[in-house]
Design a protein around this ligand. Structure first.
Ligand SMILES: Cc1cc2nc3c(=O)[nH]c(=O)nc-3n(C[C@H](O)[C@H](O)[C@H](O)COP(=O)(O)O)c2cc1C
Length: 206
């Protein structure tokens, strides 16, 4: 599949069939993510692949509650996703990297090189996890899979506990993966216009 086609066709999928995903497809998606750019070439992110029903149910129990599952019209379709990739990121990897001689003048390193995490106006650890996630989603499109990026950050504490994720790792989001069963309910977000504030040369008032 051409890149342009994958970009054009990708849409978040919110209803999956239970058909399993070949293990080597998940490996291929991770290999795409490894090609993502990262600030200072920091090895900043980590991923936990969930590929069996037990792991998936641990995930869902951590990030949703019983009341939501009982009332959400999406739950049935989401719950069948056979796999997920939990994306994690570590701010300390960035402050360590930016403490190194070629970056220490940035002021973004650990003391005494900089003020650490708080010195970063843009937290590149989340930006980089986003780049890696995007490559996974485009790879999923190429592989004929549906994907959904779930930003259910309120479940971070429980998810870290259940999956044994140590501090200072942070939860960036999860990419659900599976085959689209065609029964998805469109998100209300879809009605929003795509970003179109693109100017040539300088900002123009509307
Ligand atoms: C950072 C981020 C967080 C998102 N979180 C959720 C989520 O928790 N649940 C959900 O159904 N969709 C989520 N989405 C999907 C967006 O709603 C979706 O990308 C947007 O409506 C545009 O639709 P499209 O991706 O199908 O083109 C998220 C997307 C991003 C980029």
């Amino acid at each position: 599949m051409e890149l342009f086609q994958a970009i054009q066709q990708r849409r978040m999928v919110r209803s999956f069939s239970a058909k399993p995903i070949p293990g080597d497809t998940i490996d291929a998606l991770i290999s795409y993510a490894r090609k993502a750019p990262s600030a200072g070439n920091t090895p900043g992110w980590a991923a936990i692949t969930l590929t069996d029903t037990h792991s998936m149910s641990l995930f869902w129990d951590a990030v949703t509650d019983a009341e939501w599952r009982a009332t959400s019209r999406r739950w049935n379709g989401l719950s069948k996703a056979p796999a997920a990739i939990v994306m994690l990121t570590n701010p300390i990897n960035y402050t360590d990297r930016y403490s190194m001689p070629d970056k220490s003048s940035s002021g973004l390193g650990n003391p005494p090189h900089g003020d650490g995490e708080s010195a970063w106006p843009v937290p590149y650890w989340f930006v980089d996890a986003g780049f890696a996630s995007m490559l996974i989603m485009l790879g999923a499109q190429e592989a004929g899979l549906g994907a959904l990026f779930l930003g259910n950050f309120r479940g971070e504490g429980r998810l870290k506990e259940v999956l044994g994720i140590p501090d200072p790792w942070r939860y960036a989001g999860t990419i659900l993966l599976g085959y689209d069963d065609g029964n998805g309910h469109a998100s209300p977000s879809i009605k929003n216009k795509r970003a179109n504030l693109v100017f040539n040369g300088r900002w123009q008032e509307q």
